[in-house]
Design a protein around this ligand. Structure first.
Ligand code: ADP
Length: 414
């Protein structure tokens, strides 16, 4: 089955076309046939498209909205000159899988999209006002551009739906949970699930034997404590603002800071949340950039003090969560790094795991240095009590596989 995987942001559309079936899943032989990224939708859009085995195509064109973006993609896919293996017209796309950020408490697994599901995703908008509306734009656009093709929603929150009450409730009046469903939901679930699945494959074990800590460190960052194959706890909360330090998000802060800023700076609530979401994290501390690679370079080349400070605060927060999860899990078998930073920065991994010998965590420095842009690799020393891995995430692949299973109505093991 050829599956179009869509990930729509407020002004962007990312897609992949993945060929998969049950046999391919079993043998890990799914194929990515094409991928693309359209950014700055709503103005002069920047478009990158690539059929596997061909050079990427980069262009800029005005694109009005998500529907026009999808029509652009469709035209490219079906253009005979594009030459995507096995695809000549629309009927060669068999299903569409959408990344949907928030499924709240009702949408706990991937589902076929119908009117009822759309209503439920809309109901989640107050919990994810920045994410669910653009995700839904993708769904509406796909229903118009690809009529009659089954569409499946895969939720970022779903993997964390197994968290126990002790971990998902905040210590605020219980009525607020009852009335507004204020609780921790967690995000990046598809990524944490994928890492757990790859770890199971690497070790040749059953799902119930997977006891690991996963660290997704990208622009957004989150940690997850996985016990017996299920999410026990995670660092993002009711929204993706909680937890680790991120590119532009603060992660954990004292909530009283919000009130302080409103009273002392005369900021509005919206301004404060703009600060916490868009002007904090690595960018806020360094005053330079939200990009970890650039900060590392500033530190290396110019000994920039605030670049160092930003990196160290980032790594220290990761370390604190590792400590918390080691306690919650009563130890762990492995720590797995993923995401742009986790997959590419030996220096950040080294700092996150420094001085953890008390727990028996020891990196192999040479392997750590080598593990840049690899698919998966063990980087701990042979005598490390806890193994450490770098595993490249692949959320699109899981979305494609979930879509296939939902369309075929076969149970999903993971
Ligand atoms: P997103 O969360 O938007 O998907 P990514 O997972 O691609 O983002 O992660 C982006 C982050 O990864 C950026 O901070 C970028 O600087 C960082 N990154 C990418 N390559 C490297 C590298 N070689 N060294 C350090 N950081 C890197």
């Amino acid at each position: 089955m050829n599956i179009l995987v869509l990930n729509c942001g407020s002004s962007s559309l990312k897609f992949q076309i993945i060929q998969t079936d049950l046999e391919a899943i079993k043998n890990d032989q799914d194929k990515m046939l094409a991928k693309g990224y359209i950014e700055r939708i709503g103005s002069q859009a920047i478009i990158t498209l690539q059929a596997t085995g061909h050079p990427p195509l980069r262009t800029a064109e005005p694109i009005r909205d998500h529907k026009s973006a999808l029509q652009y993609v469709l035209k490219w896919i079906t253009n005979p000159e594009t030459k995507i293996e096995g695809i000549t017209d629309l009927t060669d796309i068999h299903a569409i899988g959408h990344r949907i950020v928030h499924g709240a408490e009702k949408l706990k697994k991937s589902v076929l999209i119908d009117e009822n599901v759309i209503d439920q995703i809309e109901d989640c908008i107050p919990l994810a006002p920045l994410h669910n509306p653009p995700n839904l734009k993708g769904v509406y656009a796909a229903r118009e551009v690809f009529p009659g093709i089954p569409q499946v929603a895969v939720f970022d929150t779903a993997f964390h739906s197994t968290m126990p009450e002790e971990n998902y409730l905040y210590a605020i009046p219980y009525q607020l949970y009852r009335r507004f469903k204020i609780r921790k939901y967690g995000f990046h679930g598809t990524s944490h699930r994928y890492i757990a699945y790859r770890y199971r494959k690497i070790k040749g074990i059953e799902r119930e034997q997977v006891n690991i800590i996963t660290l997704h460190l990208g622009n957004g960052c989150s940690a997850c404590a996985i016990k017996n194959g299920f999410s026990l706890d995670t660092s993002m909360g009711m929204t993706p603002l909680e937890g680790l330090v991120m590119g532009t998000r603060s992660g954990d802060i004292d909530p009283a800071i919000v009130e302080f800023l409103i009273h002392n700076e005369g900021s509005s609530v919206d301004e404060v949340f703009n600060i916490l979401n868009k002007r904090s994290g690595l960018l806020g501390i360094s005053g330079l950039t939200n990009d970890m690679r650039d900060l590392l370079e500033e530190e290396r080349e110019h000994q920039d003090r605030r670049a160092s400070l930003a990196i160290n605060i980032f790594c220290n927060r990761v370390k604190k969560y590792i400590g918390a999860y080691l306690a919650e899990l009563n130890g762990t078998d492995a720590i797995c790094f993923t995401g742009g930073i986790g997959e590419n920065s030996p220096e950040v991994r080294r700092r996150c795991l420094s001085n953890l010998d008390f727990f028996g965590i020891k990196l192999d420095d040479e392997l750590n240095e080598k593990a840049v842009g690899v698919k998966e690799m063990k980087i701990s020393a042979p005598d490390s009590k806890i193994e450490v891995y770098v595993i490249a995430t692949n959320e699109e692949l899981l979305i494609a596989r979930d879509t296939l299973r939902v369309v075929l109505n076969v149970p999903r093991i993971w």
